[in-house]
Design a protein around this ligand. Structure first.
Ligand code: NDP
Length: 512
């Protein structure tokens, strides 16, 4: 990056530093048991992927810190659950207000930490995080159980109780909204949370921790612990008093965490990777479809779990669609995410950039053909241009594996059955989108596609009230919607005799 861009980023970090919590020492502190505890001694830098410069030293929370956080979370959680639901609701609404008030800083944190364009972080992401807290604030006094008509003389009540302490582990993409997605339903259902953001993107979680404190949530109810997965993450997952793990991240790590929770017989929800198909039929609005195809593949530089990374085009419109997409790509701007006009920022890290490059190389080696996308890419930083591959075989690595970068694979089909087979032909099943004006076809396809989320003539629509989760290797369990209540609460069946009850043996008296 040019010197002026480096200066702009240094100034932005100075601004952010004034809002980040401090507790002495050079490293950023952690929120533990209601207090910011000084950072260190073990630390790791978080890097700005646009400039390659260090943004801050981040603490590596040791297992002993996890123990302390969990112990206070248990007490705070019990108090929180016994607080009037309307009071809990008010506190959660206050969190939403503070997120909006501090949107500039929260958005800036994610833009510097992961390179997501400021236009999206400051507005869209912060608003989404605020709305998550507002939506779930509405649930705190509506957590109903049930009565079951069992048999005369017995009264059965189904009670719901929080797990107590939920361990929440989030990935580096969309750091703020992923943290809010974990925190809001867990808190609304009466739990305490120990949150571990990804080591590549911890800044907005720390700022969010300050919002929770300032909103008056009980001390210790939420701890924010930074550190790598193999230290801090494993300590949270393995802690006996953390009864529920909610994880968002890669399928590989999800499997590991799922297995560990299986050994420990601990409840776990896993929101994992994707390789989502977008199917376009000849009767679709092709302009709308071309807009969506470019957006879903390259949004956030392709680092979106629900990204439409496999584009399935009916052969009669394939060339037309690719032409329309090229026009749209030509006017996209790849550049400094601090610039308001930037559409695509950098990849999160050098390590992830190397992964993306390796996938592009494997696509070329295996015979896929990149279409010419003449886009200017800034020098330095972790930038990667959008790549659209045609002539992709379903068995190629670029067709099967999640790349998590701006790489789109295009396939051509000539009948509906082949389109469905292609769409379902990966281990993943997170999302899918269908583009057609024929309602009957859309309905048939929605049933046939193996995906937890299906969009018809739209993409990336989410709402806290609508369940979110993956089929197959894309996940276990659901976030959001009423389904999320069951994911965060235990169910207890309570039987009460309303008439004299006697054991069956009481009628069979044995002679002494
Ligand atoms: P990772 O799976 O690498 O990491 C996710 C989180 O898990 C990080 O906080 C990481 O810590 C932590 N972690 C790693 N190892 C362990 C372990 N052994 N025990 C406990 N925690 C651990 O994912 P990425 O951060 O690379 O994120 C990208 C992935 O997330 C993609 O696959 C994407 O599809 C998926 N994702 C899924 C979404 C969904 O809703 N389905 C939404 C967003 C992303 P650290 O990195 O600090 O070491």
């Amino acid at each position: 990056m040019r010197n002026d861009a480096e200066a702009q980023h240094a100034a932005a970090m100075e601004k952010l530093r004034s809002a980040l919590p401090r507790a002495g020492g050079t490293a950023l502190p952690n929120l533990v048991a209601g207090e910011w505890v000084p950072g260190g001694p073990d630390t790791r830098e978080t890097i700005d992927p646009t400039t390659g410069r260090s943004l801050a030293d981040v603490t590596i929370a040791a297992p002993s810190t996890v123990d302390h956080a969990v112990a206070t979370a248990r007490e705070a959680g019990a108090r929180w659950w016994n607080t009037d639901g309307q009071d809990r609701s008010r506190a959660m609404r206050k969190v939403a207000d503070l997120i909006r008030d501090r949107a500039d800083y929260l958005g800036l944190a994610d833009t510097l930490d992961v390179g997501r364009p400021i236009r999206d972080t400051v507005t869209r992401d912060t608003e989404r995080a605020a709305r998550l807290f507002e939506y779930w604030a509405g649930a705190t006094d509506r957590l109903r159980g049930a009565t079951v008509p069992v048999q005369p003389g017995l009264f059965n009540v189904v009670l719901r109780e929080p797990y107590g302490v939920v361990g929440a582990i989030t990935p580096w993409n969309y750091p703020l909204t992923n943290a809010a997605t974990k925190l809001a339903p867990a808190l609304a259902t009466g739990n305490a949370v120990v949150l571990k953001p990804a080591e590549d993107s911890p800044l907005s979680a720390l700022l969010l921790g300050q919002c929770l404190l300032d909103a008056g949530l009980p001390a210790g109810l939420v701890s924010v612990l930074t550190g790598p997965g193999d230290v801090t993450g494993e300590a949270i997952v393995g802690h006996p008093a953390v009864e529920k793990i909610t994880f968002t991240g890669s399928t590989e790590v999800g499997r590991k965490i799922g297995s560990r929770c299986g050994e420990l017989l601990k409840s776990v929800s896993l929101e994992l990777g994707g390789k989502s198909p977008m199917l376009v039929f000849p009767d679709a609005d092709l302009d709308g479809a071309a807009d969506a195809a470019v957006y879903t593949a390259f949004l956030n530089a392709g680092q979106t779990c629900t990204a439409g990374t496999r584009l399935l085009l009916h052969q009669s419109i394939a060339d037309d669609m690719l032409g329309r997409m090229k026009e749209r790509l030509a006017v996209l701007r790849i550049g400094d995410p601090l610039d308001e006009g930037t559409d695509i920022g950098p990849i999160v890290s050098q390590r992830q950039l190397a992964t993306v490059r390796a996938y592009v190389a494997s696509g070329l080696e295996q015979g896929a053909k990149p279409i010419d996308v003449a886009l200017e890419v800034p020098e330095g930083g972790c930038f990667h241009p959008p790549v659209i591959f045609t002539d992709v075989e379903p068995t190629m690595r670029i067709a099967q594996e999640e790349i998590f970068g701006p790489v789109l694979s295009v396939f051509v089909f000539d009948d509906v059955g082949k389109a469905v087979d292609l769409a379902n032909d990966t281990p993943y099943g997170l999302a899918a989108s269908i583009w057609t004006s024929e309602l009957a076809l859309a309905t048939e396809l929605a049933a046939a596609l193996q995906a937890g989320i299906v969009w018809t003539n739209c993409v990336h629509m989410l709402h806290p009230g609508s369940p979110y989760g993956g089929y197959k290797a894309s996940g276990v369990g659901l976030e959001m919607g009423d389904e999320a209540i069951g994911q965060h609460m235990k169910t207890k069946s309570v039987w009460t005799a309303t008439e004299d009850w006697r054991s069956p043996w009481a009628s069979v008296r044995h002679e002494l």
